[in-house]
Design a protein around this ligand. Sequence first.
Ligand code: GNR
Ligand code: NI
Length: 172
Amino acid sequence: MSVKTILTEPNKLLRQVSKPVDSVSDKERELMDDMLDTMYDAPGIGLAAIQIGVPKRIIVMDVSRDEDKKKPMYFVNPVIKNKNKEKAKYEEGCLSVPDQFAEIERPNACEIEYLDYHGKKQLLKADGLLATCIQHEMDHLEGILFIDYLSKLKKSMIIKKLSKVKVNRKIL
Ligand code: GNR
Ligand code: NI
């Protein structure tokens, strides 16, 4: 179990499409453990494997926001089966786009089929924050970031800011 470095925009790896996992073995479970450590350390409510540089279709989440009652969730090869036609707006942030937030509109509920920590097939009905977060994470598997939904101007301003922050970090 260890905390990994989270990649931040601009970084080409974040734009890679992640590959499906053949089967959930100890190697994948070790990765999921590291992802969960990294997510709690950040702290965040979700993390996709590509955010620590691993292009596999694996996501961890915990939307419980309760230090004492942790509810880790693991998703391998998730597929959205059903999206609600109704939309909801939610103020989103991303560990790979540090300190930037924007309201993003997405289907307010969805159904996801996936393999769990033990490789067992599961179906989950999600709404509210859970639905928002799983859709945000599944975008990462396609190389999509929430800033891609903003206007060209807003997006380029954010990327410019993040590039400057990176340069400053290297100098200091
Ligand atoms: O920690 C996170 N919070 C969050 C808030 C609103 C919508 C999505 C998220 S996911 C984010 C962690 C992250 O970047 N996951 O990829
Ligand atoms: Ni994110």
